[in-house]
Design a protein around this ligand. Structure first.
Ligand SMILES: *Cc1c(COP(=O)(O)O)cnc(C)c1O
Length: 380
């Protein structure tokens, strides 16, 4: 795919002829949206998530917003989450009117730390939202008892981790509610897209209704009876977050390739690990025990205050490294709400050193070696 001279991206989609054919077939058919491809994609996601119900959405951000809405998160509620995530994990809770409370991360894995969560939960905590950073499932076994004790739910933002497992349990079934993203850089793509998966049937139903404007279609639940066979009604506000059949056809074809993607991502990570573990001036990603990650990112830490220099020199060499993520509360929008630097020192220290190396299935071994040689050359 890539050639010397072109920028090697840190992440990108892998689209094959079958993916293209699946989309073309939908374009020639009767349904562009809300048809059979949506149901088939949701069934495939459900199968990945141990059989729990899945609702597709227009993005991972929409999935998070839908999940918080389904839980009923609103003003007066607190959502505890990690600062080391994409803004959407927190912003969608803030937009629901909840107060976001940040808990610090494990300094080695960058996953939210149950002890830090324990220290900040209150009876107002409605959701503990963990992020499977880089593709490793967070410690849900540690988080669930804390949530249960205060009457909160666990949420897994699994934008990075579809196809992973923890103690043999698949991502999607590890938390009370799970959200996914199918943005092109993620592990499978629908161009834009996402999904909500819920353990509880009522929660799944609420998510489904929210993502179609709150429309209730079950006559047993109608407030307005005797309107006629056409009738459907709105009892709580929702939004239009429906994913199209065009996108779902691509998604269905992509999830069939999940095993292939996982194998290649794992091979690349193994190669990075082997070649970088002993290199002075960096640390390779820390591992949780008893998890089988679906690596989305390969986050190294650059020591000695050299992260910016390494970032710039890698980019100049045509290697599209990235930094994931600015601690969420440092975004001006949260700073204006009164969140201060220093809130989560381990997350801030991690961010200061973090650098994501290119990782996606279409990287060749030669690409990977070029990344390794360029990096070790800079650090030498
Ligand atoms: C990508 C991502 C999202 C948002 O997904 P979109 O599909 O881009 O809206 C949310 N959380 C995390 C951790 C992500 O990486």
């Amino acid at each position: 795919m890539s050639s010397v001279g072109a920028m090697l991206p840190y992440g990108r989609q892998s689209i094959d002829e079958e993916d293209i054919a699946a989309v073309v077939e939908v374009l020639r058919g009767d349904w562009l949206t809300t048809g059979p491809a949506v149901a088939a994609f949701e069934d495939a996601l459900s199968a990945i998530a141990g059989g729990l119900p899945a609702v597709s959405t227009t993005s991972g951000t929409a999935a998070l917003h839908t999940a918080y809405a389904a839980v009923g998160v609103g003003p007066g509620d607190e959502v505890v989450t990690t600062p080391l995530t994409f803004i959407a994990t927190a912003a969608t809770a803030t937009l629901r009117g909840a107060t976001v409370v940040f808990a610090d991360v494990d300094e080695d894995t960058a996953l939210i730390e149950p002890a830090s969560v324990e220290a900040v939960v209150t009876e107002r905590t409605a959701v503990i939202a963990a992020v499977d950073y880089a593709g490793q499932p967070a410690d849900y076994a540690g988080l669930q008892p804390i949530a249960d004790r205060v009457g909160a739910l666990t949420l897994a933002d699994a934008a990075h981790s579809i196809g992973g497992t923890a103690a043999g349990v698949p991502v999607g079934a590890l938390a009370d509610v799970t959200t996914m993203s199918f943005f092109p850089t993620k592990n499978v793509t629908t161009a834009e897209g996402g999904a909500v998966i819920a353990r509880d049937g009522t929660l799944a139903r609420r998510a489904r209704e929210f993502h179609r404007l709150g429309m209730v279609r079950d006559p047993d639940r109608f407030v307005l009876s005797d309107e006629g066979p056409w009738h459907q009604e709105v009892q709580e506000f929702g939004l239009n977050y429906r994913l199209s059949d065009v996108a779902c056809a691509l998604g269905l074809s992509q999830v069939r390739r999940l095993g292939e993607f996982k194998r290649r991502r794992t091979e690349i990570v193994t190669r990075y690990d082997a070649m970088l573990a002993e290199v002075a001036g960096l640390r390779i990603p820390g591992r949780r025990e008893d998890v089988d990650p679906m690596w989305h990112l390969y986050p190294i830490r650059v020591l000695g205050g050299r992260r910016r220099e390494v970032f710039e020199r890698m980019r100049s060499a045509g290697i599209g490294v990235q930094v994931n993520y600015l601690p969420v509360y440092r975004h001006p929008v949260y700073a204006e709400l009164g969140y201060r630097r220093g809130l989560c020192p381990r997350a801030e220290a991690y961010y200061a050193q973090q650098l994501s190396l290119p990782l996606h299935p279409s990287l060749s071994d030669a690409d990977v070696d070029r990344v390794i040689e360029t990096l070790t050359g800079i650090l030498r």
